[in-house]
Design a protein around this ligand. Sequence first.
Ligand code: ACO
Length: 452
Amino acid sequence: MTDLSTTAASAPSPEQGAANGSGASGSGRDSLTVTDNRTGETYELAITDGTIRAADLKQISADGVGLATYDPGFVNTASTRSAVTYIDGDAGILEYRGYPIEQLAEHSTFLEVAYLLLNGELPTQPELDSFVHDVTIHTFLHENVRQLMQGFRYDAHPMGMLMSSVSALSTFYPDANQISDPANRQRQITRLIAKMPTLGAWAFRHNQGKPYVYPDNRLSYVENFLAMLFKMSEPTYEADPRLVKALDVLLILHADHEQNCSTNAVRSVGSSQVDPYSAIAAGIGALYGPLHGGANESVLKMLRRIGTVDNIPGFIEGVKGGKEKLMGFGHRVYKNFDPRATIIKKACDDVFEVTGVNPLLKIAQELERIALEDEYFVKRKLYPNVDFYSGLIYEALQFPPEMFTVLFAIGRTPGWLAQWSELVQDKEQKIARPKQIYTGYRTRDFVAMGDR
Ligand code: ACO
C-alpha cells in the first residue's frame, strides 16, 4: 500500500468540524483507501475537513500519467478554505461569520454586515461609526469617470456600464495593485463599497437620459443611493423609511454566498494578483449572466410573458417538456428552501404596503403553488430561490429589470471583497489553473492553403 500523504489529520477547529462533519469511523483513521484496478495497487489518501487533496491523486498512475478529477462546474470540488460564509443547503442555513442571515436581516444594517464580512466580527459602535464615515467620504467619483460613462450608448445595459466603470477605476487608482499592503487593500475596499452605488445610480440615470446626481453625504448609504437614482429638482430627496429598510435588507441578503459563480470569478481573476477593481469587474461579469444574478430580471420578464394566471398550466407544461426553465427556481446548493427567499417574501409585504401590490405577485404566488405540488419540481428539489420574489420588490421600488442585477452587485460587493481579501492572505492559494481532458487532434502537419 502506498501512503500518499500523512493521514494524521489534526483536530478540526469548531468551524471546520461544523462545516464538514469530518470524523473517524471504521478503522478510526481519517483516510480513504482506494485500489487502482488497472494496476492492483492500493493507496491510502488522507481525509482532511471532509475532503481528499486532488493533488494526492496525481501519484496514482498506470501509464505515467497521474490520476485527476473531472468536475465541470465544480459540483463537488472545494477550491478554498474560507471562514466568511457558511451554507447548509439541505437545512436552508445561511450564516455570515456564524451569524444567521435571519438575525442579520432583522437587526443589522448593510454597512454593519459589510464590516462583519470584511473583518470577521461585528463592529463596536466607534468601529462602525468610523467605517460608515470612511465609506461616506469616498462616494464621489473622479469627473473623468462621469465622462467615461457618458460615452456609452443611450440604451447601454447598466450592468455593462457598471462592469466597465469598475474596471476603469483600476486606472484611476494604479497603486491598487499593491495588494500585499494591508492599508492599501483597505483603501480600495472602502472605495469600492462607497462608489458602487454612485456608479450604479449613474448607469441608471444614463439609461433614463437624466442628469447624473452627485452623492449627498448627509444621507445614509441606502438613502444616498435612492437619492442619486430618483432625485429631480427637490433640494433633498426623502425616501420612505420603510422602502429604505426593505432595500437595506435586500442588500444584506445578497452580501455573500460563499463560492458561487461570481465569487469564484473574483477569486480566479484575483489569484493572478491583479488589483481588486479588475477582480471585482470579473465578478460583475459573472453576475450579469441569466443563470446567476440575471435571474431576477428573467423572472420578471417570464411573469410578464405568462401574463395571466390562466396561462400558468400551459407554461408549466412547457418547462416540464424542456422548452424553458422556470426562472427563479432551483439552486445549486439549496435543495429544500432558500432562506433568503423566505425573508424576501416578508419584505414584499412591507414594500407593497407602501407602493401597492404588484399585479405580477398573483402570478408568482400561483406559479409557486403549482410548482411546489408538481412531481417534476418536487423530484428535482426545485424551490423558489432569492431571485423569484426580489424582482417584484425592485419593480415596486420603480427599478427597471435591467437594474436588478446592478442592485445585486452593490449588495455582493462586500462579500466579493471579503473573499478576495481572504484569498490574498491565504498562503495555500495559487494562481487558478484547472486541468483539462484534451479531446482534440494530436500532432498533424500544416496543410497549405491550396490543399485544404
Ligand atoms: N426550471 C426547470 N427545470 C430546472 C430548473 C428550473 N429553474 N432548474 C433546474 N432544473 C432541472 C434541470 O433541467 C435538471 O433536470 P434533469 O435532471 O431532468 O436534467 C435538474 O433540474 C437539475 O438541474 P441542474 O441544472 O443540474 O442544477 P444546477 O445545480 O446545475 O443548476 C441553477 C442550478 C443554475 C440555479 C438552475 O436551477 C437554474 O438554471 N435555475 C434557473 C435560473 C435561476 O433562477 N438562477 C438563480 C440562482 S440563485 C442566484 O444565482 C442568486
